[in-house]
Design a protein around this ligand. Structure first.
Ligand SMILES: Nc1ncnc2c1ncn2[C@@H]1O[C@H](COP(=O)(O)OP(=O)(O)O)[C@@H](O)[C@H]1O
Ligand SMILES: [Mg+2]
Length: 489
């Protein structure tokens, strides 16, 4: 049996993904938006710091520098050269301090006088018109500029700072970012998305791990249910499953017990049906055999009286054998009967005393002692005397047949409150547990030359008298047969 609750798994993954990803994406979006704004502010702050520092480091206005260098009367190109020499080292030092930023100084007449990153062609070059806005506004200007590169351009943030000398705008300094400002924002967004993705992965991994534990436990549970085994240690993570297993196991046992019982009853019923059929057939056949046999027996009896002495023996032998057959037929007929016939009030003790000589003769030949323990208070029983006699004889004979020399046979009667008990006990070889189930079956015998009908007949007799009989035996020790007849007082 395989349990795969995949629907539950899939649903959980989807729910968790939605629950985690949506708020996180929202958070990331807000975060990214703010991050962009913050980045711009940060950049502007940095640019302000740079241009302020540059302006401070210049110390003197352009004219003062030219005057200091004695170049006031020089040609414009020479003047630019003088300024470049003085200012470029200052710009260089500052650029070193602020990596990632471009810095420069501009003079309206000499154009670019110093610039970092350094480029020999740029000194004296003109700035794009957007960079000259500062001369119209006469105040700090922050703007975006596109730096042309091989394919397309990169947006940069630029700050232009006007330089004044005695109230006159004499030039400006600038600072700009060197890298694509948008790229930095994208990197921030990317980083946020990566964090979201990794968190999602981590959570899904945890859930998967958790589910795999549940799956494994469920599979183990299913296996244990199927194999009807309980290994609590393999389900230590879900002790509730062990409790369920125990309930299932006890239910299974109950069902099995009931099933076995039902099977046994069914077998018993089938056997009874068969017995019923056999006994009816036997009764029919026996009856048909008995009639002609009685005639034959009569003739042989008459013949034996008339023949000579030396022919008497075979006649008597024939009579003996015919009597034996008659006995078996009587047993058959007795088996088929189900209602007691010829009832009269009898003292069982008296019946026992009546057949005692017969039993004694049998027992004496095997050196077996008989102990009679007859209850004197025994009341009379409404019964068929012939049948009860046969019952006692059959039981006693079985006992005697089961004993060797010096055996002990007890015949006892007991007057109980609601029944009369008859007890036949012997010290014979006993009956094994496998055989004791079959001893009441007709024709079951363990002896040679016996019919196996004795106990079947006994049970029939007891049943017809409304009584019960049971046989208890210990192999090698002996057997006790208990018969109980109900009595009305
Ligand atoms: N008292 C007993 N001790 C040992 N075995 C017995 C005793 N009574 C009955 N049995 C067993 O039960 C079987 C059936 O008995 P029964 O129906 O009287 O048939 P039979 O005596 O013809 O064999 C016997 O063959 C014997 O194995
Ligand atoms: Mg017998």
């Amino acid at each position: 049996m395989k349990l795969l609750p995949t629907i539950l798994h899939r649903r959980t993954y989807v729910i968790v993904t939605f629950m985690i990803t949506l708020p996180m994406l929202l958070f990331a979006w807000i975060n990214t938006y703010n991050a962009g704004k913050l980045l711009m502010l940060e950049k502007e702050k940095q640019l302000t710091a740079i241009v302020n520092e540059l302006q401070f480091n210049l110390q003197y206005p352009y004219d003062t520098i030219l005057a200091q260098e004695g170049a006031l009367q020089s040609l414009p190109a020479q003047k630019r050269e003088v300024l470049h020499k003085r200012i470029q080292p200052i710009v260089n030092a500052l650029a070193k301090k602020y990596p990632g930023y471009g810095i420069g100084c501009y003079h309206p007449e000499f154009k670019i006088v110093a610039m970092e990153p350094d480029n020999p062609d740029s000194i004296g070059a003109e700035l794009p018109s957007s960079a000259l806005q500062v001369y119209r506004d006469k105040s700090v200007v922050v703007h975006e500029m596109v730096k042309k590169i091989e394919h397309g351009g990169v947006p940069l943030l630029v700050m232009d700072y006007p330089l004044f000398s005695r109230g006159e705008l004499t030039g400006h300094v600038w600072a700009n970012t060197l890298n694509d400002i948008n790229r930095e924002i994208y990197v921030t967004v990317g980083r946020n998305l990566a964090v979201i993705f990794l968190s999602w992965l981590a959570i899904i991994a945890v859930i998967r791990w958790f589910f795999s534990k549940i799956d494994r436990s469920l599979a183990e549970f299913a296996y244990q249910v199927e194999s009807d085994e309980i290994h609590a240690e393999r389900l230590h993570e879900f002790p509730q499953l062990v409790a369920i297993l125990e309930i299932i196991s006890s239910l299974r046992q109950t069902i099995k017990k009931e099933y076995d019982q039902k099977e046994k009853i069914n077998l018993e019923l089938a056997k009874l049906d068969r017995l019923e059929l056999i006994s009816q057939m036997a009764a029919g056949v026996a009856h048909e055999i008995r009639n002609p046999m009685t005639v034959v027996m009569g003739y042989i009896q008459r013949m034996s009286q008339q023949v000579e002495q030396n022919r008497k023996i075979p006649c008597n032998l024939m009579l003996e054998e015919l009597k034996r057959i008659d006995g078996i037929i009587s047993d058959f007929l007795s088996l088929a009967r189900n209602k007691p016939m010829g009832l009269s009030k009898q003292q069982i003790n008296t019946i026992i005393s009546g057949i005692y000589p017969l039993i004694h003769a049998d027992a004496a030949s095997k050196n077996i002692a008989i102990h009679l323990r007859l209850d004197a208070s025994l009341i009379e029983l409404e019964c068929n005397k012939k049948e009860i006699t046969q019952l006692i004889l059959n039981l006693c004979r079985n006992s005697i047949e089961a004993m060797e020399d010096r055996g002990q046979l007890v015949i006892a009667t007991l007057n109980k409150k609601s029944n009369i008990e008859l007890l036949i006990e012997d010290t014979g070889y006993g009956i094994s547990p496998e055989k004791i189930e079959k001893i009441f079956d007709p024709f079951f015998t363990t002896k040679e030359n016996c019919t196996g009908l004795g106990l079947a007949v006994c049970r029939g007799i007891v049943k017809r008298h409304g009584g019960i009989m049971k046989i208890e035996s210990i192999e090698g020790k002996g057997t006790t047969c208990i018969v109980k007849f109900p009595v009305k007082r």
